[in-house]
Design a protein around this ligand. Structure first.
Ligand SMILES: Cc1cc2nc3c(=O)[nH]c(=O)nc-3n(C[C@H](O)[C@H](O)[C@H](O)COP(=O)(O)OP(=O)(O)OC[C@H]3O[C@@H](n4cnc5c(N)ncnc54)[C@H](O)[C@@H]3O)c2cc1C
Length: 460
């Protein structure tokens, strides 16, 4: 029996495997998915995980539960040797090993772009994974608890200052949702004043949210500013050493939380450790039918889709255009890829990928959003409802839809949970310190600041 090996069980990989399970006849081929994570991340929910509107586990779609006929291998593919039809897999435990295949599907996605900015590697958190979203939320909630015990002043202001670098889709959504959480949280902290909250969104270009056109983009900036945020356009973070943010505009401030959402970089394994054709940006070269290679030089037995592949965008009507990295494409490419593999196994033609954009819809915080389809722009509450409606329908499996919906409905009546479980990142702390200090996570402020004279407790 032939083996179809899928590298990465994210959006494109999950949908490819799911569809293959439905389409393959018994004994036609076996499907193997290799991914270090046991789940597909529904990334559009991460901004709502930040805000506590979606439970973190509900944004993680279990591969074992939903891919019942697929062999799942928990490990990272470190190299693809297509000439010998093998991949090298590094499991979390034990020695690396080789896996053979007949057909490979490369859907390993992209990674967060990190720039060589001093302090960023030590201070910043990305926003691509559920664990990062949980950590960002917990950091904010912990910062509120700690700030409430300090006298007003620089340390307290620092704890209440949040900076997002990158005004793309995920950055703006995350920023808007966290701002919404912070402004509602301040009401249950009588020790703190709303004016003490500082939210900075830093974007290198002259506009945010490139998925919408100029005027709606400006509307988003105005609406964030009306909510008290600072949007720095044409600005870059030059340094974030010890949480002290220095911008290219000359402005400087201390920030207790730095979230890094400046875009995607090519997956390093795809870019540097395969013998498959790669373009100048480190993306897999694929044809419109999602086969790896070019029309003149197709690579037999290799397919690719999603954020790690340069898929020709036939709907754009421009030569050389490739599909933008988003879930709209990754899902549809995954489904078509499964269909095309089955078609070629049965001696039929593969179909080209053509998808006309459905527009863009973004959440900007609880009850706020923006939607654009061509010249139709909807803002505010209706757009936010569209965002929720679209994503609850789009998240794979009914089981997930029901769980997410249940949390939204209960939160509409009871409000969102506002407890930080940051101590979970150091589960042994309470145990090894005899419960003192009752399992609290490590300080948020950098060591040099904590060495400063003791803080005067605020009036309690
Ligand atoms: C916060 C956020 C919000 C977003 N919101 C939207 C939205 O509203 N609408 C929209 O259309 N798009 C949205 N996107 C973009 C969308 O989520 C991505 O474009 C989509 O996930 C890409 O799918 P993919 O399968 O290519 O990659 P991914 O979904 O990232 O999956 C890649 C998988 O490969 C695995 N992997 C990586 N390297 C290896 C390796 N070496 N070996 C084995 N496995 C590996 C990873 O663990 C992962 O499971 C959002 C993205 C983010 C970060």
């Amino acid at each position: 029996m032939r083996t179809i090996l899928i590298v990465g069980g994210g959006y494109a990989g999950f949908y490819t495997a799911w569809r293959l399970e439905k389409k393959l006849r018994r004994g036609e081929a076996r499907v193997v998915v290799v991914d270090p994570r046991p789940y597909m991340t529904y990334q559009p929910f991460l901004p709502e995980v930040l805000a506590g509107s979606v439970e973190p586990r509900h944004a993680a779609v279990s591969l074992r539960r939903h891919l019942r006929r697929t062999r799942l291998v928990a490990g990272t593919v470190t190299a693809v040797n297509h000439a010998h039809r093998t991949v090298t897999v590094q499991p979390a435990e034990g020695q690396e090993f080789a896996l053979g295949y007949d057909i490979i599907v490369v859907t390993a996605g992209a990674v967060t772009r990190t720039l060589a900015v001093p302090g960023v590697a030590e201070q910043a958190i990305g926003m691509k994974h559920v664990e990062e979203a949980v950590a960002i939320r917990d950091r904010l909630l912990t910062a509120f608890d700690r700030a409430a015990t300090l006298e007003p002043g620089p340390l307290r202001r620092r704890l209440l200052t949040v900076t997002f670098a990158g005004g793309g889709f995920s950055g703006v959504e995350g920023f808007g949702e966290l701002l919404s959480l912070a402004t509602s949280l301040i009401r249950v902290y009588p020790e703190l004043r709303p004016a003490e909250l500082e939210f900075h969104l830093v974007e290198a270009s002259d506009r945010i949210l490139p998925e919408v056109s100029d005027e709606p983009g400006r509307w988003v900036v105005r609406s964030l500013e009306k909510r008290g945020a600072r949007v720095h356009l044409n600005a870059q973070v030059l340094s974030a050493r010890d949480g002290h943010v220095v911008l290219s505009t000359g402005e400087e401030f201390d920030s207790g939380l730095l979230v890094w959402t400046v875009g995607n970089d090519a997956n390093p394994m795809v870019r540097s450790h395969t013998d498959l054709p790669i373009d100048g940006r480190g993306l897999l070269v694929v044809r419109a039918d999602l086969r790896v290679g070019t029309d003149c030089e197709p690579v037999p037995g290799a397919w690719g889709a999603g954020d790690d592949a340069a898929v020709p965008d036939l709907a754009a009507g421009r030569a050389g255009a490739v599909t933008v990295p988003n879930a709209q494409h990754a899902v549809r490419q995954g489904k078509l890829l499964a269909r095309n593999i089955v078609a070629t196994l049965r001696g039929r033609e593969a179909k080209p990928y053509v998808h006309h954009s459905l527009g863009a819809v973004a959440t900007l915080g609880l009850g706020r959003g923006i939607f654009q389809y061509r010249r139709i722009v909807i803002t505010g509450f209706p757009a936010w409802l569209m965002h929720r409606g679209y994503h609850v329908l789009a998240v794979p499996t009914w089981e997930r839809k029901l769980r997410v919906l249940a949390v939204w409905l209960t939160a509409a009546v009871l409000g969102r949970d506002i407890v930080s479980l940051a101590a979970a990142q150091e589960p042994r702390r309470a145990f090894v310190t005899d419960g003192e200090p009752a399992g609290l996570p490590a300080p948020l402020l950098p060591a040099p600041l904590l060495a400063a004279p003791p803080l005067a407790p605020a009036v309690r």
